[in-house]
Design a protein around this ligand. Structure first.
Ligand code: ZN
Length: 288
């Protein structure tokens, strides 16, 4: 998955006193695009000295995070930077490039950049926000309101029954391949309740025996994904809601081996792939 960058280590402690050094990495966005160099499937970013020469204002550089001693900064400038050898690419590029730690840097920087772009004015009093100065937060100088980076909790659900896993297809043009049931947690809801509600809403099934699998930070939707496996409680016939979900279908390992191409970045794909390869079974999950 995208955050599995071992032996590299992601270190996100915010340090407001940090200022960029010449060789630090810089990620600059223009909407959904970010500035990078892609050679084959290898991605790299401009250094601070390269970006500073192109950016009009040093205040545009904000410390983002550290990956194994390599510091990353966001460059938050309204202009597109022009740096020889680097071009803007759509953020979806992150899923096709290596090394993984640099691909991961793009998606986390995207999350952070979106947050900074959204949190410019106080939602209570309308004053312009300023960086807090101590934590990764924006502060209202008038009313003291503190706003932390927004992270949306979300569940991914692998429902398993009788040697098969339930996959769904979204009801939208170009919905693409089958995925797992997924959705955002509502206010006042536990992740376990969210799993049950999402499965009921999307395919009309009751589920039981929830087993937490793994979580994954997912900067594309500012989310934190929690993956659960579970099994059907009662009738296994899916009834897709026809609104969000167009189709729901049970796939055996053999079905998947024929049609499914794993992706190395996403929790959904990791969960389907683990089932397809027999590394996750009803026996391993539920002791059946
Ligand atoms: Zn305020």
């Amino acid at each position: 998955m995208i955050h599995e960058i071992y032996p590299k280590v992601f270190f996100n402690q915010y340090d407001p006193s940090k200022r960029p050094a010449a060789e630090d990495r810089v990620i600059a966005f223009a909407g959904r695009e970010f500035l990078c160099r892609i050679e084959g499937d290898q991605i790299s970013y401009p250094s601070y000295s390269e970006a500073r020469a192109a950016a009009p204002d040093d205040a545009a550089f904000i410390y983002a995070f550290d990956i194994s001693g390599e510091d990353y900064y966001l460059c938050r400038t309204p202009e597109r930077l022009s740096i020889e050898g680097f071009e803007y690419s759509d953020i979806s590029t992150y899923g096709k490039v290596f090394p993984m730690d640099r691909a991961y840097a793009a998606i986390i920087a995207f999350h952070l950049n979106n947050w900074y772009s959204s949190e410019r004015y106080c939602g209570r009093c309308g004053s312009e926000l300023v960086p807090d100065g101590k934590e990764r937060a924006m502060r209202c100088p008038k009313c003291g309101n503190l706003i932390y980076p927004r992270i949306n909790p979300c569940v991914i659900v692998g429902v398993i029954n009788d040697g098969k896993i339930l996959c769904t297809q979204y009801n939208r043009p170009n919905a693409g391949r089958f995925a797992l049931i997924a959705g955002f947690a509502e206010i006042g809801e536990s992740l376990e309740e969210c799993v049950k509600r999402e499965v009921m809403e999307e395919v009309g099934l009751k589920v039981k025996d929830l087993r937490f699998y793994k979580s994954e930070p997912w900067g594309m939707s500012s989310s934190l994904l929690s993956g659960f496996y579970c099994r059907v409680d009662g009738d296994p016939e899916p009834h897709p809601d026809g609104v969000e979900i167009a189709a729901g279908r049970w796939f055996s390992r053999e079905d998947l081996l024929e049609i499914y191409t794993p992706s190395h970045v996403a929790l959904t794909s990791d969960m389907i792939t683990k089932f397809m390869r027999g590394e996750v079974t009803e026996e391993s999950l539920f002791g059946k």
